[in-house]
Design a binder for this molecule. Structure first.
Ligand code: SF4
Length: 248
């Protein structure tokens, strides 16, 4: 099976497994998603979602964020970590949105990445989820790990990984593809102990069998192993230890 054929099968499978996959940051408009995405750097979506309701009520527009008191805003977002640099990014990006785009979040990759503190990943989140535009593929820590484990790239640089994925994944699924990998990374393909024995895409993943053999994968719960996977687990002790790829 070629990588492209495998991706087609993965798309079909992920669509069944995660029919409701979506951005897990709470937002009601593009500005809110932009701010939430800036806050989500090195922070969980859950924590960001705890901070944003009060924040969005107090600062309903880009002008309100641009004119915010830096020390006050720092305190309000402190629990998301890196609050000083995030405050700088939020205020500067909001000021640029007010002066260059009449207070509206721009809708192109070029304009978004020209905003202070906004990189390609943040721009992709906003374009895909607030504007419904498949311009690129969001590559976060989960996507880096899963793209490597699924052997869809050999790169570690997010922009190179994005290019490899864009060559393989149908464009209409670019936004969903990120959600699928992120959801799978959070629910099954954990960084330390991937749950390969229960994985819904085990048959399409070159790493799963190796992880089971080498003990890298999470031990299956009794009664949860099925057919060929049971054999793989049962014979694990007799198989040679293969090298495991570094995968984030
Ligand atoms: S088989 Fe294991 S390594 Fe592969 S995607 Fe599933 S959980 Fe991740």
């Amino acid at each position: 099976m070629t990588s492209r054929e495998r991706v087609r099968a993965l798309v079909k499978r992920f669509r069944q497994v995660y029919p409701n996959a979506h951005c897990e940051l709470d937002f009601k408009n593009p500005l809110q998603l932009l701010i939430a995405t800036i806050l989500s750097a090195q922070c969980t979506d859950k924590r960001v979602n705890m901070v944003t309701p009060k924040l969005f009520k107090k600062y309903p527009t880009a002008a309100a964020f641009a004119n915010s008191n830096p020390a006050t805003l720092e305190n309000e977002i402190r629990s998301t970590g890196f609050f000083r640099s995030k405050t700088k990014s939020i205020r500067a990006a909001s000021a640029a949105i007010v002066s260059n785009y009449a207070g509206k979040v721009p809708q192109t990759m070029e304009d978004l990445t020209a905003l202070p503190g906004v990189g390609r990943k943040t721009a992709n989140v906003v374009l895909g989820n607030a504007f419904g535009k498949n311009v690129g593929i969001v590559v976060d820590t989960h996507v880096v790990r899963l793209a490597n484990r699924l052997r869809l790239t050999t790169q570690s640089d997010p922009e190179k990984i994005e290019q490899d994925l864009m060559n393989l994944v149908p464009r209409t699924d670019w936004t969903l593809w990120s959600h699928w990998l992120i959801w799978h990374g959070r629910r099954r393909c954990f960084a330390r102990k991937p749950d390969c024995s229960n994985c819904e895409v085990f048959a399409l993943c070159p790493s799963g069998k190796i992880f089971l053999r080498t003990g890298e994968a999470r031990e299956p719960e009794p009664g949860q192993i099925k057919s060929s996977r049971r054999i793989a687990v049962q014979t694990r002790a007799r198989l040679p230890v293969l090298p495991v790829r570094a995968s984030g």
